[in-house]
Write a protein that binds this ligand. Sequence first.
Ligand code: 6PG
Length: 272
Amino acid sequence: MAASGEFKNKSELRVFESTDELATDLAEYISQLSENSVKETGCFTIALSGGSLISFMGKLCEAPYSKTVDWTKWYVFWADERAVAKNHVDSNYKLTKDAFLSKVSILNSHVFSINDHVTVEDAAGEYEFAIRQLVKIRTVGVSERNDCPRFDLILLGIGPDGHVASLFPHHPALELKEEWVTYITDSPKPPPERITFTLPVINSASNVAIVATGEEKAMAANLAIAGSNENSDFSALPARMVQPTDGKLVWFLDSAAASALEVSNGGSQNAM
Ligand SMILES: O=C(O)[C@H](O)[C@@H](O)[C@H](O)[C@H](O)COP(=O)(O)O
């Protein structure tokens, strides 16, 4: 690890010289969270995003994790999903299945993908209903603060514009307080129709990890992590609004994505 830093708001920054190093540390981080959660609650609930993030899950499919992780206790969700057929090249389900799910022994009945035969609005409503049922039977934990589902880990990517999941700058979806899952039909990043977790759900997670690699993410990562409070328009950068209430946020950056940050080695920094 090239550098790391703890911030006042309990978030942590990990910077890596290479994406291979990042993927190795990410696998260890996820494996550890899985082990702790299975010990505590008997299961591990993880929500994934799309994009390059999934390519960094490959190490989890290799030794030692392929053998040490108790995959039968995993429950997999999507923090956002495109409203396309599950076998479509744009589907996050397809992306995750090809790169990860097809290589580990997670039970099919523990994988919760969206209904791709209905409208995006209905898909969002059905997805939220399914999660509400799983909270009722305590498969998914619940936040004591606001009855939101409390996922053990939500894995997010970040766009050059600072979007996370399918929550884009200045979008009304950022304001939602009651809904757990919503839908958009105007995504600036194609395809246009998507479902997405809302911020209350993301910020109710026990752990959130944001993974960013490449120069094109450097500005958004810097603004989100070290942006000055003068720029109080948080809605301009959804990634800055990821502040888990009773959870921990860890940033995984390669050196290119961290290139706009001045992070002293191991030093602490004022974050957002
Ligand atoms: O479905 C999506 O498009 C994603 O969930 C989205 O939030 C993605 O994670 C970021 O856009 C980063 O994508 P890249 O890492 O591929 O740039």
